[in-house]
Design a protein around this ligand. Structure first.
Ligand SMILES: Cc1cc2nc3c(=O)[nH]c(=O)nc-3n(C[C@H](O)[C@H](O)[C@H](O)COP(=O)(O)OP(=O)(O)OC[C@H]3O[C@@H](n4cnc5c(N)ncnc54)[C@H](O)[C@@H]3O)c2cc1C
Length: 357
């Protein structure tokens, strides 16, 4: 499991940097602060004014001593270095797409290659688990990081609704990914590795069926041998904690189920899982001290996960808080956890898994 301790390891030999032309020192510092907040990470300031953010997967530093501020990254592998670069570039695009596309990473990567965290894959099997999930098993090479360095990845399938494409992203001149456009555009939703065996070269994920979901439509046409791609891993780790409160909806169940399977046997806590009814519940394996609570959706009772968590008595300091569901509910959960004394950035994971439109 990756954690802050391993992040400080001297093994972090993969490095790149980015001069933030177009941002002044305050804007650059504000950007990094905002990113740290967004990812629930702490920032520290060194005596020479550098800001440093130790993430579970690498280190990001901001140097404001030069004419233009610059970011540098250290990571334990090329895949992870590239994933952090992409995360930073994508957040810079939210500030200004023109500014972000004009920036160039001092890359160790070759222009025109597939990104290092990109994997061509092939469907091995695809089938219904219950009324709401389709399970997909894929095979691909070099899946080691998907088992160890993050639970989530991007599924890469055609946005057009076709079952396959043969045009995939490559590394551009500025070190950023160039994505196919027009009728070759790709859909890239985030999924969770629910089970994996890198030695045998397979990975499984569960796709929740919801109205208008393009990934679900893809599962209906995909069959053994269908080609696709993955990019990752990114975000979310298994947890080595003794006390935990977890809450999540259908999109979070694959992650909850995998985390619970890997908790220490002595762990205690409460888990709230939201589905529509009993037929949608899945088998969960958890330590004996973990109380599992299934909640059933009801229009009369919106935001049930939030209500369940806010109804809990104060938790002991050090209790890990894990919450994933629709964006607005997660925002409210963040406000609630922040108001509690036991909430701690290092001891929490709060993530919007989807956005209601
Ligand atoms: C870290 C992370 C891990 C995730 N893991 C999983 C996973 O293991 N399994 C899984 O099924 N999902 C998972 N999700 C959620 C998934 O990425 C989103 O639901 C995504 O939108 C699915 O893409 P799509 O092609 O089905 O829908 P799209 O075609 O992108 O969206 C179509 C419409 O569906 C709506 N929509 C999206 N999600 C939902 C929903 N849950 N309920 C109702 N409407 C919805 C959108 O608002 C949009 O209007 C995860 C998300 C994150 C961030």
């Amino acid at each position: 499991m990756a954690n802050a301790e391993t992040a400080q390891s001297p093994e972090f030999k993969f490095r790149s940097s980015l001069v933030l032309n177009g941002l002044d020192k305050e804007q650059a510092a504000g950007f990094l602060r905002h990113q740290a907040e967004h990812h629930n990470l702490s920032l520290t300031q060194s005596s020479d004014g550098q800001l440093e953010c130790v993430t579970p997967f690498g280190i990001v530093r901001l140097d404001t001593s030069g004419a233009s501020p610059s970011l540098s990254i250290e990571a334990p592998s090329a895949d992870i270095l590239y994933a952090i670069q992409e995360d930073i570039t994508s957040h810079l695009s939210e500030l200004s797409e023109t500014l972000a596309s004009a920036l160039t990473w001092s890359s160790i990567f070759s222009v025109g290659d597939y990104p290092p965290n990109f994997r061509l894959a092939e469907v091995v099997s695809v089938g219904r688990v219950n009324p709401i999930y389709t399970r997909v098993r894929i095979k691909a090479d070099k899946l080691g990081n998907f088992a160890n360095a993050g639970m989530h990845f991007r599924l890469i399938i055609p946005a057009s609704g076709a079952v396959e494409t043969d045009v995939y992203p490559v590394i551009g001149d500025n070190g950023q990914t160039v994505w196919p456009k027009g009728d070759k555009a790709l859909h890239r939703p985030v999924y969770t590795t629910r089970a994996i065996d890198p030695a045998k070269g397979w990975l499984e994920f569960d796709v929740f069926h919801h109205d208008g979901g393009r990934a679900n439509a893809w599962t209906k046409t995909a069959q053994p041998g269908t080609r696709l791609a993955l990019m990752g891993p990114g975000g979310g780790t298994l947890l080595d904690t003794d006390k935990i409160v977890m809450a999540g909806d259908e999109t979070a169940l694959p992650a909850i189920s995998r985390i619970l399977r890997h908790l220490p046997a002595t762990a205690t806590g409460k888990v709230f899982m939201l589905v529509s009814d009993e037929t949608e519940q899945v088998e969960i394996t958890a330590p004996e001290g973990i109380e599992l609570n299934w909640l059933h959706r009801s229009e009369a009772r919106p935001r049930q996960l939030l209500q369940a968590v806010t109804a809990l008595p104060d938790q002991a300091p050090g209790t890990y808080a894990w919450f994933a569901s629709e964006k607005s509910e997660v925002k409210a959960a963040r406000a609630h956890f922040t108001a509690q004394g036991w909430f701690d950035k290092e001891q929490s994971y709060l993530a919007a898994f989807w956005t209601a439109h």
